[in-house]
Design a protein around this ligand. Structure first.
Ligand SMILES: [Zn+2]
Ligand SMILES: [Zn+2]
Length: 173
């Protein structure tokens, strides 16, 4: 039993790592066409980004069904995946984006940090140069702000360089 609980908790923690990698490299990578809706002004109750949640639910259900069909202890891994999904929906959709009628204000320091960190994730328009891809763990806000600045700097420098080059071109013509 203790081994099962540890497996459940271990899966929950590991899912944060899986979620981080998926968000950074899939959702902001080739899967951007689905995640994009989440980075644009809210249009309705559902968004194409919810497909990722659906995939997560399917994985959890498959693991639980397999576990219950005799492939013990897969059901505990599935329960960990499901728990991650449920916590994610509460924290991300409920507390951070406030998609629900009840809008709890994050007073708890941990939730406040998650809230601010995720707002910084949404501070960048588009797919690139974003920060804070985690869901249930966020680095300190000052770290994220520094990352954000560092990622914006090359873009700013490139724009300035292009403007200067354009002006120089005009002068020569
Ligand atoms: Zn994102
Ligand atoms: Zn979000």
């Amino acid at each position: 039993m203790i081994a099962h609980v540890l497996l459940f908790l271990g899966t929950l923690v590991a899912m944060e790592g899986v979620g981080y990698l998926a968000h950074r490299y899939v959702m902001h990578g080739w899967g951007w066409f689905l995640h994009r809706s989440h980075h644009e002004p809210q249009l309705g109750v559902v968004e194409t980004n919810d497909v990722y949640l659906l995939v997560l639910a399917l994985v959890a259900i498959c693991l639980i069904v397999l576990g219950n069909a005799g492939h013990d202890p897969l059901q505990w891994v599935g329960a960990g995946v499901a728990a991650f999904g449920i916590i994610y929906v509460f924290v991300h959709d409920g507390i951070v984006h406030r998609h629900w009628p009840l809008r709890p204000k994050p007073r708890n320091p941990y939730l406040r940090r998650l809230y601010q960190a995720h707002l910084l994730h949404h501070a960048v328009k588009g797919r690139r140069n974003s920060v804070s891809f985690g869901f249930l763990y966020a680095p300190p806000i000052w770290v994220l702000k520094r990352q954000l600045k560092a990622r914006r700097a090359p873009v700013k420098a490139a724009v300035e360089h292009a403007v200067e080059a354009g002006l120089a071109g005009d002068g020569a013509a």
